[in-house]
Design a protein around this ligand. Structure first.
Ligand code: IDP
Length: 150
């Protein structure tokens, strides 16, 4: 079953949007299989954003991600990687469509509320980076028969 990694960034936590964001993915029909509130180390933040290491915004991004608690999570479901990216919206919240998380709640690229893996292979790498296998719970929601035709 497909899984994706997402993180509600420190701005989303500070603004009290954790419940709202979790609600959207639950209501959509995806299954939560991992969830933790954590203060991220500089080392983990740098590993997570390694592809952006040479970008001018990298130091500020690492400082922001480590500046306060963040909610790391893993969600499961058919097509969850691409669908979650659509629900998150464009990187710059000013360009993100209304109805997306960034489009509804953000105005700045450096405070865009949430991260979501951009591809299945990235999701696998990020899940392994952020969660141990014991922290992930495989379960089947009782409502599954009403969400997916067999
Ligand atoms: P994504 O989060 O939509 O996948 P990426 O291009 O992978 O976007 O960038 C990772 C994160 O780096 C963004 O979510 C944002 O927080 C930050 N970022 C990207 N571009 C800029 C920028 O120009 N200024 C400040 N922060 C940026």
């Amino acid at each position: 079953m497909e899984r994706t990694f997402m993180a509600i960034k420190p701005d989303g936590v500070q603004r009290g949007l954790v419940g709202e964001i979790l609600r959207r993915f639950e209501a959509k029909g995806f299954t939560l299989v991992g969830l933790k509130l954590m203060h991220v180390s500089k080392e983990l933040a740098e590993k997570h954003y390694d592809v952006h290491r040479e970008r001018p915004f990298f130091p500020g991004l690492v400082e922001f991600i480590t500046s306060g608690p963040l909610v790391a999570m893993v969600w499961e479901g058919d097509g969850v990687v691409a669908s979650a990216r659509k629900m998150i919206g464009a990187t710059n919240p000013l360009s993100a469509e209304p109805g997306t998380i960034r489009g509804d709640f953000g105005i700045s690229i450096g405070r865009n509320l949430i991260h979501g893996s951009d591809a299945i292979e990235t999701a696998q790498r990020e899940i392994a980076l952020w969660f141990s296998s014991e922290e992930l719970v495989s379960w089947q929601p009782a409502a599954v028969a009403w969400l997916v035709e067999s």
